[in-house]
Design a protein. Structure first.
Length: 748
């Protein structure tokens, strides 16, 4: 008999113990993360009274996959557009909290005499509050719908993003890149690849998914999504980042596609499985002797987190413009550490730069602060009331009105700000795309040409191909936003604005020429003056080319459509309102959704028969039915139960329409008992009105509301009655109908 691999036995032990413990924690209404940690401790070699995992290295590999899929799922829930819409307030709060808590963590590590690397990684762990634990606690306490809870979740999303960047920076710091120049270089590398992957991914992946949409079911979509996740993880490691960073980037790209909701549902079980293995592996590293030895640092860290997050968290939200009461409720809610702290500790351990004691210490601190989280949230209001009583009234009023917002800018300065911001972002994005394209062509395409052509001709072909490839990007750098509303307003509004506006164009022309200069300089031995002239001529030809203009516009439109695809799908499916609704509001006209009840009298009727516009003055713009959308329905469109009607009208018209939907419903049947269907046998006698008639002529169905189900033949057989058959004397027919109708037939 064959022996099972050790990995299968270890997985069986982990999953069984984790299942039992998490069921218990679910019953105790505690976060499942704690259950996984406890399960890990129970199956670890440090627990002498239970079975232990044999091969910890295999479990570590599975745990690394769990981290990757966890961050992939985080990326699926993340949206760059949401972050941009948040404004400055959550960013101010997040930066304040993370900076202060990281500094506090580093100082605490130094206080205990730990190494610089241990202290830095400790600061990163203490700076990250737990999204999972806070969300679960808000849900348990019934606070999730309150305004301050939404503010906390916004900051937690930004903290998760900073945690991804922090992991990359800590890895670089651990490898020796500690001086300011190298750290700045790493930050630039992160930004470069983040923008590059996101822009290319948004352009390519939605097009790919759209082209194979008819061929993909749930199974293949799961495989494709996980394959893309692993591909980006591999690419991320090849350029010097972690696999988790790449997985997060791919998740954020897929989050903007129409298939995002399906992918989230499909990936959830996979993430839960590998995530459970990761947290169990964390619990396996808990050593009771280490906890006893480091009891004082553990208690100190718990104190630092509780009071540090309460103070600096409140300060961060206060600086972001929240009132003192709201800021304290937000700050007190974040007084714990969780999953990202474990991931950062795991990173430090895998790099060999933190002590083995760090894992059990962090896990113990997380467990204690997690248990205290509900009490910290409840303590926020009493703490505020105590502070309000003790502080001078003028201080409280000043704190409540503290804000980082500035007075509204004048129209002209506002136009300058918007225009320069748009130009900067546009130039940065297209410069990154151009740089990536040039690097790819010189690294891969040029050696390929050198094997096929003489070097001079290979360089010429490579130069032409590279310039052709990046020409839409360079043209967009020069021309984009030159015809925007802000540019026109500044140009016509004040003559003094014209020189600065021309200067912005010259700067962008210089950037485009620099790219041409770099390509030619890398491939040819010309003088600088010749290269500059070639660059100017090439850029001029790009600007004048109408074909290139249309190509550039078409590429940008495809990107914008892909970026908006999820929003478009939400509007088409009715989960979000149409974009034109805002224009209707300006004219006192609104759009509203109405669901046709199951018992509506309108069911089965056409829009023409209902004449809704004539009766109520409204217009039906769309009908949403079973995941499909019928826009601008015709008069012969039939209304069905469960349809969602998107209706346009004024407040009074929509109110009248809503009242009509409620009124036009079939009345409840109070004689329900009489609607029971029964079967009865009838004999055709000599005086029967049905004698010699066919079923249609007898009008049994139409006049008596009954149905002939069969003609008796012998004692047991029934045969269907032919429509042309004429009833004869002595025929025995079986009829189904309501009792009153059957009695009317029997009396004939």
């Amino acid at each position: 008999m064959s022996e099972l691999p050790v990995l299968v036995k270890d997985l069986a032990l982990i999953l069984i113990v984790a299942g039992v413990v998490t069921i218990l924690f679910k019953r105790l209404r505690q976060p499942l993360v704690l259950g996984y940690l406890v399960a890990g401790f129970l199956v670890s070699p440090h627990m002498p009274y239970t079975m232990s995992v044999v091969d910890e290295s295999d479990i570590k590999t599975w745990a690394d996959i769990g981290v990757m899929f966890t961050l992939f799922s985080l990326g699926l829930d993340f949206s760059f557009k949401k972050i941009l819409k948040m404004g400055a307030a959550p960013i101010i709060a997040t930066v304040t909290i993370v900076f202060c808590m990281m500094t506090l963590g580093i100082l605490t590590g130094q206080f205990f005499g730990w190494t610089k690397m241990n202290s830095v990684f400790l600061g990163g762990m203490l700076a990250m509050s737990s999204t999972t634990i806070i969300y679960k606690t808000f849900d348990d306490l019934g606070l999730r719908q309150q305004n301050f809870a939404g503010l906390v979740m916004s900051v937690l999303i930004l903290e998760d993003i900073l945690a991804i960047v922090m992991m990359v920076m800590l890895a670089a710091f651990a490898s020796g890149g500690a001086d300011g120049g190298e750290m700045l270089q790493n930050v630039i590398r992160i930004g470069f690849f983040l923008v590059l992957w996101f822009v290319v991914g948004i352009f390519v992946i939605p097009i790919f998914l759209r082209s194979v949409r008819k061929l993909i079911n749930g199974e293949t979509l799961l495989i494709v999504a996980l394959g893309l996740c692993c591909l980006m993880a591999v690419v991320s490691t090849m350029v010097g980042f972690s696999s988790a960073f790449g997985a997060f980037v791919m998740g954020s790209i897929l989050a903007e596609t129409i298939e995002a909701e399906k992918i989230i549902r499909l990936v959830e079980p996979v993430k839960n499985l590998f995530g459970a293995i990761f947290f169990v592996s964390v619990g396996m590293l808990v050593e009771p002797p280490v906890i006893v030895e480091y009891a004082l640092p553990i208690l100190t860290l718990v104190f630092v987190i509780l009071f540090g997050q309460a103070f600096f968290g409140s300060l961060g939200f206060l600086l972001s413009g929240q009132s003192l009461k709201s800021a304290m409720r937000c700050g007190f809610s974040m007084a714990q550490i969780g999953e990202f702290s474990f991931i950062i500790a795991s990173l430090g351990l895998s790099l060999g730069v933190v002590g083995n004691f760090m894992y059990p210490v962090v896990v113990t601190v997380s467990v204690v602060t997690t248990f205290l989280t509900p009490y910290m949230i409840k303590a926020a209001l009493p703490a505020y009331e105590l502070l309000e009583r003790r502080l001078p009234k003028s201080w409280v009023r000043g704190l409540n009105h503290l804000t980082m917002s500035q007075p509204a800018a004048k129209s002209e300065s506002g136009n300058w700000k918007r225009l320069l911001t748009q130009m900067t972002v546009n130039t940065l994005v297209y410069s990154i795309l151009s740089s990536a394209a040039i690097a790819m062509m010189l690294t891969f395409f040029r050696p390929f040409l050198n094997r096929l052509l003489p070097q001079t001709w290979a360089n010429v072909v490579c130069a032409l191909a590279t310039v052709s490839l990046i020409s839409p990007f360079l043209r967009a750098i020069v021309m984009k936003k030159n015809h925007s509303e802000e540019f026109k307003a500044l140009w016509t509004g004040n003559g003094l604005n014209r020189f600065p506006l021309v200067f912005t164009i010259l700067v962008r022309i210089t950037i485009s020429v620099a790219f041409i200069f770099y390509i030619c300089n890398a491939l040819f031995r010309f003088s600088s003056a010749v290269l500059v002239c070639l660059g100017v001529i090439a850029v001029a030809l790009m600007v004048l080319s109408r074909r290139l203009k249309h190509r550039s516009i078409r590429l940008e439109r495809v990107f914008i459509q892909n970026l908006r695809s999820r929003d478009i799908e939400a509007r088409v499916s009715g989960r979000r309102r149409p974009l034109f609704e805002g224009h209707l509001l300006d004219r006192d006209i609104h759009i509203a959704d109405f669901e046709v009840p199951a018992d509506s009298k309108w069911s089965g009727q056409t829009l023409k028969q209902l004449a809704l516009g004539h009766q109520y003055g409204v217009l039906v713009s769309s009908i949403l039915r079973a995941g499909r959308r019928l826009n601008i329905p015709e008069g012969d469109s039939v209304i069905f139960p469960g349809d969602r009607l998107q209706v346009i009208g004024s407040d009074s018209q929509l109110a009248s329409f809503h009242h009509a939907i409620d009124e036009n419903r079939v009345e409840e049947d109070y004689d329900l008992e009489k609607r029971e269907m029964k079967l009865r046998r009838i004999i055709i006698h000599g005086g029967s009105p049905f004698l010699g008639k066919t079923m249609e002529e007898s009008a049994i169905r139409h006049q008596y509301n009954c149905m002939v189900v069969g003609l008796e033949e012998g004692m047991e057989n029934l045969s269907l009655v032919d429509p042309a058959y004429r009833f004869a004397k002595g025929d025995i027919i079986w009829i189904v109908g309501e009792e009153d109708d059957l009695n009317r037939l029997a009396d004939l």
